[in-house]
Design a protein. Structure first.
Length: 151
């Protein structure tokens, strides 16, 4: 229905929360197909989510039943370990609020993304929680970042 361009420089992904996980998973699984990823308050670590926040997503075990979340392609850390930055143009913008319950999880991944992507990684931290008030305020920032990175 909404095909990707054959030109990776024209493709980007954007998502919030579990959708942030999805865009990280897809983009890191096929980095040669995308220019940029924007992840707002992403669930960057499914294992941590399962162990500490599963009550927020009662259907977690149904969605990930019989799937190994400790290995790629479901484990963002493993996908990041496999990523060869010299083999793609992928850039990442990640934003998490200072009072977001995922802040500590995302902060751990901030360091990993900085090490792997260097100057192709942008972290934007603002006051706020895990909600659309924060994400709506971050959307113009991310759109400007995308505009600069897609030229």
């Amino acid at each position: 229905m909404f095909p990707l361009s054959d030109n990776p420089s024209e493709n980007f992904l954007m998502g919030t929360s579990m959708g942030g996980y999805a865009v990280l998973k897809w983009g890191l699984s096929a980095p040669q197909k995308f220019n940029s990823i924007v992840a707002f308050s992403p669930v960057a670590d499914l294992i941590d989510w399962r162990d500490h926040h599963h009550d927020l997503m009662p259907d977690f075990s149904f969605v990930f039943h019989d799937l190994n979340i400790e290995e790629a392609p479901l484990n963002i850390n493993e996908l990041l370990n496999q990523l060869d930055p010299s083999d793609n143009q992928l850039k990442l913008f990640m934003s998490t609020g200072t009072t977001d319950f995922l802040h500590d999880m995302d902060l751990k991944f901030k360091n990993k993304f900085e090490q792997k992507l260097s100057d192709r990684f942008t972290w934007d931290e603002q006051n706020g929680g895990h909600n659309w008030t924060l994400w709506n305020s971050e959307l113009p920032v991310a759109m400007n970042w995308l505009k600069q990175n897609m030229q």
